[in-house]
Design a protein around this ligand. Structure first.
Ligand code: HEC
Ligand code: HEC
Ligand code: HEC
Ligand code: HEC
Ligand code: HEC
Ligand code: HEC
Length: 341
């Protein structure tokens, strides 16, 4: 055995090529063991050492590369907010997302790194499924047709304090933010949502997952018009969608008006126009009368009518009584005046 080893060693030392190969592979092993990740071993704590210390980092003025908005951003990381966020678990490293710092040796640079980093890319390494759903949806192509700037992942998923602190889907902040984001582009529907029980309850600050926000009804990344069969509100799926929160929902339950228009002047204007065009285009007024909106609207008008009538009646009554009292007082005053003379 020993002699065999001796033979092989001598044969290696005699064989120059093999010798070099061995040396090279040792060198390779050495480099790969101590290279990039291992040598620089950027634990989150190394980054946080500076990024939680106001003496080390300050604010920075940045231009949002999508919207062009100028924003003042604090470079301080709120550790608690980060750990509470969707990416704050133990398996997440700062350099997973700030990938261009992966190869920076913090020891060599004495902790510093170059100032302007690449924007974080949510899609390439982690979230290509939702990205495909969203970016290839009809909703996004409609935005482009309407010359509307398409929101990025970070616009809808940014935390309260920083874009970094991605809130979880069931987070109350995220649910509120979603209503604002959808409503920012669909003001008319936000307004009518607020006239509906769902919208009124969320406006009061109750944002739990048991009460419907825009996305609970319309879906999150693949949003389709309610008339399309594949839509979460399409004729085939609407019972299932409402049924998640309203067990026992049926055909008549889903006729409920999610976006009541009775406080929208435009609705009355279009009804008036339809009335004017009743000879030319009878279908227009028919469609208005067929929609369940009309029931709410008529109820609203009757209700306002009763209110006006009641208050007008009260008002008239009070006015007459007041008038009578004044007359009486004047009369009495005159009479007592005469008596004194
Ligand atoms: C020695 C202190 C120090 C350490 C350690 C440090 N940073 Fe920074 N970092 C800074 C300073 C200072 C800035 C602000 C640069 C500027 O004003 O342009 C900054 C800025 C940033 C920015 C914003 C860059 C931009 O484009 O606006 C990110 C992201 C960042 N750091 C991430 C990290 C990560 C991840 C680590 C760990 C791998 C880390 N930093 C380690 C000091 C540090
Ligand atoms: C899940 C991905 C992710 C992780 C993990 C992450 N960040 Fe970020 N970070 C972002 C995003 C997104 C932004 C917003 C700017 C951008 O898009 O590049 C950001 C921005 C920053 C900024 C600039 C200030 C700001 O609020 O915009 C600093 C500083 C920063 N991160 C430091 C860190 C540090 C330190 C860690 C580790 C403790 C970390 N980040 C972990 C995604 C992440
Ligand atoms: C118009 C707003 C909007 C945009 C833009 C957007 N999302 Fe979402 N996303 C949502 C909403 C709303 C939810 C669902 C929250 C819930 O389930 O209550 C969600 C959920 C998610 C989830 C949670 C997992 C799941 O599918 O249930 C991931 C991951 C996600 N989005 C990634 C992305 C990525 C990546 C992008 C960019 C390509 C993106 N989102 C763009 C609104 C948006
Ligand atoms: C950046 C602006 C923008 C945001 C944010 C946005 N939308 Fe839209 N949305 C549009 C545009 C533009 C259209 C097409 C024209 C229209 O119907 O107003 C559209 C169309 C729609 C439609 C009708 C689809 C069709 O096929 O006609 C629905 C439903 C809808 N959006 C719901 C939502 C919901 C729910 C959200 C939040 C998750 C949302 N939108 C966020 C701009 C936006
Ligand atoms: C309770 C479920 C529900 C909620 C919550 C809801 N919607 Fe709707 N939405 C509907 C239904 C049902 C329709 C179709 C009938 C109609 O127009 O009233 C609709 C219609 C729409 C349309 C017209 C296009 C279409 O698909 O018919 C838009 C745009 C829209 N909603 C946006 C929003 C926005 C933005 C929010 C949040 C502020 C929201 N919706 C909240 C159920 C809902
Ligand atoms: C995410 C859960 C959720 C979804 C989805 C949802 N709702 Fe609701 N809805 C609620 C809650 C919570 C209330 C208030 C319940 C209460 O106080 O009785 C409510 C109230 C109502 C009411 C008032 C009557 C009542 O039960 O008090 C109607 C009608 C209604 N929803 C219809 C719908 C329709 C139709 C859909 C589907 C287009 C729908 N909802 C989707 C949660 C939801």
């Amino acid at each position: 055995m020993v002699s065999l080893l001796k033979v092989s060693i001598t044969s290696i030392s005699n064989n120059k090529i093999l010798h070099k190969l061995l040396l090279l592979s040792f060198l390779f092993l050495f480099i790969s063991t101590f290279s990039s990740k291992n040598l620089f071993a950027q634990e989150n704590s190394e980054c946080l050492e500076c990024h939680t210390d106001p003496a080390e980092v300050d604010v920075k003025v940045r231009v949002d590369h999508v919207t062009g908005e100028v924003e003042i951003v604090s470079m301080l990381v709120d550790e608690d907010a980060f750990h509470a966020s969707a990416h704050g678990g133990e398996d997440f490293y700062c350099i997973d997302c700030h990938a261009d710092l992966e190869d920076v040796d913090l020891e060599e640079t004495e902790g510093g790194h170059y100032p302007n980093l690449q924007p974080v890319d949510c899609i390439t390494f982690c979230h290509d499924d939702p990205a495909e759903e969203f970016l290839e949806s009809k909703h996004v192509s409609l935005m482009k047709e309407n010359d509307v700037q398409t929101p990025t992942c970070k616009h809808c998923h940014a935390g309260e304090k920083s874009k970094r602190d991605t809130p979880r889907a069931d987070d109350l902040y995220h649910r509120k933010d979603t209503i604002e984001k959808c409503g920012g582009c669909h003001e008319k529907f936000l307004h009518s949502y607020r006239n509906n029980l769902h919208g009124q309850v969320t406006a009061l600050g109750h944002l739990d997952t048991d009460i419907a926000t825009c996305v609970d009804c319309h879906g999150q990344h693949t949003i389709l018009h309610s008339s399309e069969p594949e839509s979460t509100l399409g004729p085939e799926k609407v019972i299932e969608t409402c049924g998640r929160c309203h067990p026992g929902a049926n055909d008549s339950f889903v006729k409920h008006v999610a976006h009541p228009e009775y406080k929208n002047l435009q609705y009355y204007k279009s009804a008036l126009i339809a009335l004017k065009n009743i000879r030319k285009d009878p279908e227009q007024i028919k469609s208005i009368f067929k929609s369940p909106q009309i029931i709410i609207t008529i109820t609203f008008i009757l209700y306002i009518g009763i209110l006006i009538q009641t208050f007008a009646g009260f008002g008239m009554h009070s006015l007459l009584i007041w008038f009578g009292t004044v007359l009486d007082e004047r009369k009495e005053g005159k009479e007592s005046g005469h008596g004194k003379k």
